[in-house]
Design a protein around this ligand. Structure first.
Ligand code: DSN
Length: 426
């Protein structure tokens, strides 16, 4: 068969784009070469509905071993008793947990999307807001921190069955013990979606959600730096305290209900090639090298925050505990949409983001979200953050000057040559 040069040329162009630019999207990262190699392999050919040792297809002896490795390694990383590594994405992981424990119409309580939450935490345009009745808590106007009093008030008044914590654009740590205390008053489950800071939690650099959450979900491709995918974890499997039943009316342990909610509940054949890549990534997470990487993310985040503050930028909550910053651009007279576009012209990739109590729409926004996991993978340290902020500031100040933006782009491309990406790929 002829090589599909059209597609492979585009893949090469994407590699060049990633090499030349500064990647600051907080949810993106660069996997290792071996993670990518594990992902592009013959396991994509294999059907393996079911779980290791209990499949609906023959010939699963080998993929059973890679899937079991992925399970064992991720359980070791987070010191937990249960893992399901089959969800195709974080959204699928959240879907499966809700499918396992909720009935359509049940109430769920999550962080408002416009305050940093996620689509799958109850947004009306997502399954979570369509199948269930969503309720929201927010952040405090005065300091941008999660409003636990509001969470408690809504929880006690409305009695949701599930409280969701975790966010997509929140730069501070969480008080998981307080959330569990609220949930226990109303017999609600707690699900922590740790997709963003998972790599930092893996190395105990942030509070652990595991002791206080019934369920922890994550993606594998953000700070965890694995292939694109999802996972569901439980610190301890438990006989479900509220007597949740399977379709045959049997009361089952939670692990069983969760496995069934992933397959056959919401997915068919697992992506065993991606699961192999998850196993490789989890192996990497267990190394000391990854510990150094995670520590550097925190240092870089703080260095970047300080550089922005020095230049008069307003950071929601005043700084960061993790890998990202949410910058309110209203004092810079530029919308998030415009900033994303002009930074794009300078080969700097960020995403526009609503800030709490935003007066602009989600399409325009008043802010940008900036994250350091990808630039940290490329080898940047604290001293480089100043330079990055300098590039960003120059682009924002010269938003209407195409020649100046071109000048910033050239400097960016030159600067990035110091941080090679996938040199083995030629
Ligand atoms: N879309 C991801 C993010 O950028 O945060 C979350 O799923």
């Amino acid at each position: 068969m002829q090589r599909d040069t059209l597609v492979f040329d585009l893949i090469q162009k994407e590699l060049e784009r990633q090499r030349h630019g500064i990647e600051l999207i907080a949810s993106e990262n660069f996997t290792s070469l071996q993670v990518m190699q594990a992902m592009g392999n013959v396991m994509t050919n294999k059907y393996a509905e079911g779980y290791p040792g209990r499949r609906y297809y023959g010939g699963c002896e080998i993929v059973d071993q890679t899937e079991q490795l992925a399970i064992d390694r991720v359980k070791k990383i987070f010191d937990c008793e249960y893992a399901n590594v089959q969800p195709h994405s974080g959204a699928q992981a959240n879907y499966a947990v809700m499918l396992a424990i909720l009935q359509p119409g049940d109430k769920i309580l999550g962080l408002d999307l416009s305050m940093g939450g996620h689509l799958t935490h109850g947004s009306p345009v997502n399954f979570s807001g369509k199948l269930y009745k969503p309720l929201f808590y927010g952040v405090k106007k005065e300091n941008g921190l999660v409003d636990y009093d509001m969470m408690e008030k809504v929880a006690l008044t409305e009695k949701p069955k599930l409280i969701i914590c975790g966010a997509s654009a929140y730069s501070r740590d969480w008080d998981y013990a307080r959330i569990r205390k609220i949930a226990d008053q109303i017999n609600a489950f707690v699900m922590c979606d740790m997709a963003h800071p998972a790599g930092l939690i893996a190395k105990n650099l942030l509070n652990s959600p595991f002791e206080h959450s019934h369920f922890v979900t994550s993606t594998t491709h953000k700070t965890l730096r694995g292939p694109r995918g999802g996972i569901i974890l439980m610190k301890k499997d438990f006989d479900n305290p509220f007597g949740l039943k399977d379709v045959k009316g049997n009361i089952r342990p939670m692990s069983n209900l969760l496995d069934m909610a992933v397959f056959p509940g919401s997915q068919g054949g697992p992506l065993e090639h991606v699961i192999a890549a998850k196993a490789v990534a989890f192996g990497e997470t267990l190394t000391d090298e990854f510990t150094q990487y995670a520590r550097q993310i925190i240092l870089n985040g703080q260095a970047m925050a300080n550089s922005f503050l020095k230049r008069g930028y307003h950071i929601v909550s005043g700084g960061t505990d993790n890998h990202l910053l949410l910058i309110d651009l209203r004092n810079k007279n530029i919308s998030g949409k415009k900033a994303e576009a002009i930074l794009g012209k300078a080969d700097i990739t960020v995403n526009k983001n609503m800030v709490p109590f935003d007066d602009k729409s989600a399409f325009v926004t008043s802010g940008i979200r900036v994250g350091v996991p990808a630039v940290t993978t490329r080898g940047m340290k604290e001293e480089h953050m100043e330079k990055l902020v300098d590039f960003i500031d120059s682009a924002i100040v010269n938003a209407e000057q195409d020649a100046e933006l071109e000048c910033v782009r050239k400097k960016v491309n030159l600067f990035m040559q110091q941080f090679p990406l996938y040199p083995e790929l030629g």
